[in-house]
Design a protein around this ligand. Structure first.
Ligand code: RP5
Length: 158
């Protein structure tokens, strides 16, 4: 595996069934990534260390998913200048509404780009688009991906 350009981080292994979609999207575009389990509440020191050193290790975009109080994406964004994409993971009685509000309500100056509840695939695609902003071939691949979606929708028969 090449040196990772993207990190897919989640608060618990119980988030993996949702978060693996982000990894699938990165794989589709051949973007090298690493996957980590780090918890804002259970392993706060390791989260800080990971986020503060990510750029030095060559990471360019971080995808972070969490459920419930969901402080992981925001906490990572506090420790790094890299763009962070947050994924609200649906768990418990609130099924991700709690996580969505937590992730999207970052204070001025510390943004986290937030995708829909459970839509880790879109986090992966957005990460490719961010990486692709400096690379025309990667943006061309996104263009083809969108064209394919367009023809799939137009080709649907009821
Ligand atoms: C959050 O708590 C995690 O992101 C996960 O969504 C949730 C529950 O974690 P577990 O109790 O399943 O480890 O921090």
């Amino acid at each position: 595996m090449k040196k990772p350009l993207t990190a897919v981080v989640m608060g618990s292994d119980s988030d993996y069934p949702v978060m693996k979609e982000a990894a699938e999207a990165l794989k589709k575009f051949k973007v090298p990534y690493e996957v980590r389990i780090l918890s804002a509440h259970r392993t706060p020191n390791e989260v800080a260390e990971f986020a503060a050193s990510a750029r030095k290790r060559g990471i360019r975009v971080i995808i972070a998913g969490a459920g419930g109080a969901a402080h992981l994406p925001g906490m990572i964004a506090s420790y790094t200048e890299l763009p962070v994409i947050g994924v609200p993971v649906p768990i418990g009685v609130m099924q991700g509404e709690d996580a969505l509000y937590s992730i999207v309500q970052m204070p001025k100056g510390v943004p986290v780009a937030t995708v829909a509840i459970g839509n880790a695939w879109n986090a992966g695609i957005l990460a490719v688009q961010i990486l692709g902003a400096g690379s025309d071939p990667l943006l061309d691949e996104i263009h083809h991906y969108k064209e394919k979606m367009r023809s799939e929708v137009l080709g649907k028969k009821l």
